[in-house]
Design a protein around this ligand. Structure first.
Ligand SMILES: *Cc1c(COP(=O)(O)O)cnc(C)c1O
Length: 390
């Protein structure tokens, strides 16, 4: 480069080769594209998912590292990282469905997913039938010749209903219909839906996978390469791609996922058990309690129940609002899965779009509080929650 003038040398900086040693952690490849020595290699890379790295919207070594890591944890063949959980969900839904198709989804869904399914119905001519998350017979009865997809969530928000994945994914498989499972609340540490017959697993990596409330991201993992390749071609056109820095932060979070999940689960158990005994609390919706509708199934399917649960305050909406303004350590915020404990009043925030009827059908009361338990000391969390209750 010494033959060039300073203006040119400032643009083309040296890239020292890494030889004789390797970085311990996956480096951040903060580049939007790649340059080639051979034009034929470049042409080849643009047409297939396993070619040379070519352009950031396709993938990137840091993003690919995350895709491989999560595909490995889930036991899948390949993954596509996206800029958000909704980006991953829409990559799959729009990549597989077309007007006239029919989809079967469980009744209680993440709010963004529920809103997107309404869009598919009203603007894209796709029909949706809702069935309970634990009723394979209802699924079989809902099937039509044009049914193309079954959509489930391992653990639902905020009532923590656990889907009967063996029953539901098994029924879909018998019928030859691919099933998609949003595994955000459980993560691969508590559940691997492919082991129960799922074809695609979705993650909002924003939540437990990244785990530190500093990144938004998503991921779709595929059980087999045929489905992956089909959606990959659509995904690079849709452009919901992940940013390398977000992927890098998520990789860093992933390394402590197992440790964090253990603490999220034990803290949630500690709080749920104490809340269930408190006179100001009418009900606690946590699958580890015998009163929860998913208690038996959850015990068989999951080694732990995650860090999110909800509870109903005896005093209704007023009590809910008073509780929200009385906590000091827990933070009023949407989202979940980070190290900090967050609380939310669904009736006035995440589920405000639902009518009173729809709220009641989802089991969400006026006094329901959702808590996404962090990894703080459990006694500090209980001290905060109990002072807010009184
Ligand atoms: C948050 C969340 C999503 C959406 O993910 P974003 O990263 O916010 O786009 C989807 N499903 C579940 C279960 C979630 O909790």
């Amino acid at each position: 480069m010494t033959e060039f003038r300073p203006e040119t040398r400032a643009v083309h900086v040296p890239q020292p080769p890494v030889e004789g040693s390797r970085p311990i952690t996956m480096p951040l490849y903060q580049t939007s594209g790649f340059t080639f020595d051979d034009p034929a290699v470049m042409a080849d890379a643009m047409g297939r998912p396993d070619g040379a790295f070519v352009y950031g919207r396709y993938t990137n070594p840091t993003v690919r590292s995350l895709e491989l890591a999560v595909a490995g944890l889930e036991g899948g063949a390949a993954a596509i990282a996206a800029g958000s959980g909704m980006g991953a969900i829409n990559t799959v839904l729009l990549g597989l469905l077309q007007p006239g198709d029919h989809l079967i989804a469980q009744r209680s869904l993440y709010g963004g997913t529920a809103a997107m399914l309404n869009e598919l119905v009203s603007r894209f001519g796709i029909a949706v039938t809702y069935v309970p998350e634990n009723d394979p017979d209802a699924l079989r009865a809902a099937v039509r010749p044009e049914t193309r997809l079954v959509y489930l969530e391992t653990i639902s928000n905020p009532m923590t209903l656990v889907a009967d994945l063996p029953g539901m994914c098994g029924a879909a498989r018998e019928l030859g219909i691919p099933s998609v499972v949003d595994n955000t609340f459980a993560t691969a540490m508590l559940c691997r839906p492919f082991e129960h017959g799922a074809d695609i697993v979705i993650h909002s990596t924003t939540k437990y996978l990244a785990g530190h409330t500093d990144v938004v991201g998503g991921l779709a993992v595929f059980a087999d390469t045929a489905l992956y390749e089909r959606i990959w071609h659509f995904a690079i056109e849709l452009g919901a791609s992940a940013d390398p820095f977000a992927a890098w932060l998520t990789l860093r979070g992933l390394q402590t996922l197992a440790l964090r999940m253990e603490r999220h689960c034990s803290n949630a158990e500690f709080l749920a058990t104490r809340l269930a005994e408190h006179p100001a609390v009418e009900a606690v919706h946590w699958p580890g309690l015998a009163s929860h509708p998913s208690y038996e199934l959850a015990g068989k399917l999951l080694p732990g129940f995650g860090g999110v649960f909800s509870f109903d305050l005896a005093g209704g909406r007023a009590a809910g609002e008073r509780f929200m303004s009385s906590v000091r350590l827990a933070l009023l915020a949407p989202s979940l899965g980070g190290v900090e404990t967050l609380i939310l009043h669904p009736a006035t925030t995440s589920h405000r779009a639902l009518s009173a009827d729809e709220l009641a059908r989802s089991g969400i009361g006026e006094g329901t509080v959702r808590i996404a338990v962090g990894i703080e000391h459990p006694e500090d969390l209980w001290a905060d929650v109990s002072q807010a209750l009184s």
